[in-house]
Design a protein around this ligand. Structure first.
Ligand code: GUN
Length: 288
């Protein structure tokens, strides 16, 4: 194995330990306990794991966690009403609606309903727009976690060729937008590849930083990677043989300079950045 491992697990632990003291200070000095409300509709197994892990992180850090679990046939109007109730609840600082939602619910409509200053996911169009113009208040959690891993692993982004595989609203598009900003930990030249990209390998091979959120197990193999590149694997796929990413770790690790493992790479960072946004949302209320 030649590549250095970028341990999201270790970085997440370090950051979460820092948050413990930040939260207790907020409580002691200002009498405010950050509070995150999570809504889960349906029984998607992956979503259930995420929601459970969010609860564990909240407990560890001292963030109050409210969970609303609703059946798969929960009506859209009732979901929006629940979001609005949480919008008006001054004790709730962050609201997260776990995605994907069941097919009968219009996801965009629900994301629009979350108050932008409680939108710890960074999915409301106001926050998406702020990110685009370099004025982000809440960065979406997975892309924010990726940027943090790049910074903390000493990967230079300034002037780097970044190739993102995947164009989802949750990962691909926002990470591309974050890394092309004229800002510290960004300033990269970014290419987005997707399912209609011709000759994917000709793009990935140029990447100093390759970010893979393809939604397909082992979509990127070692022969598609530039020697010495930093490879960030966002995928989590449950195969019979166990968990694997969207990168073929076995062949990729022989070519890459640095690589994130699955599990223990990007995953723990997503939850950590959610905690960061929730604390930030609680702080925002002090200014009002
Ligand atoms: N589903 C997969 N990732 C995410 C995320 O970051 N936030 C929400 N709300 N749902 C998700």
């Amino acid at each position: 194995m030649s590549a250095e491992l970028i341990s999201g697990k270790a970085v997440a632990e370090q950051m979460q330990n820092e948050f413990v003291s930040e939260v207790s200070e907020l409580k002691e000095k200002h009498g405010v306990q950050p509070c995150l409300a999570v809504i889960l509709v349906g029984e998607d197994p992956a979503s259930q794991v995420y929601v459970k892990n969010k609860g564990i992180a909240c407990q560890k850090i001292g963030v109050k966690s409210l969970e609303f679990r609703k059946p798969a046939d929960f009506p859209e109007a009732d979901l929006i009403q629940l979001v609005e109730q949480l919008n008006h609840d001054a004790a709730v600082h962050g609201i997260l609606v776990q995605l994907p939602l069941p097919k009968h619910i219009n996801e965009t409509k629900v994301l629009y309903a979350v108050r932008p200053d409680k939108d710890v996911d960074g999915f409301h169009p106001v926050n998406v727009g702020k990110l685009m113009i370099g004025e982000a208040e809440f960065l979406p959690c997975t892309p924010a976690g990726i940027q943090e891993l790049l910074i903390r692993s000493g990967t230079e982004t300034k002037g780097a060729e970044v190739v993102v595989v995947g164009r989802s609203n949750i990962v691909g598009k926002p990470i591309a937008m974050i890394l092309c900003q004229k800002q510290k930990g960004a300033d990269a030249t970014v290419t987005i590849c997707h399912t209609r990209t011709k000759d994917m390998k000709s793009h990935t091979k140029r990447a100093d930083i390759l970010i893979v959120a393809a939604g397909k197990p082992k979509a990127v193999t070692g022969d598609m990677i530039k020697p010495g590149a930093t490879v960030i694997d966002v995928g989590v796929n449950r195969l019979e043989s166990g968990l694997c990413g969207d990168v073929d770790f076995e062949t990729a690790k022989e070519v890459a300079g640095k690589i994130t493992p699955v599990p223990g790479g990007v995953g723990p960072m997503t939850i950590t950045m959610l905690m960061k946004n929730t604390i930030k949302a609680a702080r925002l209320t002090l200014k009002k």
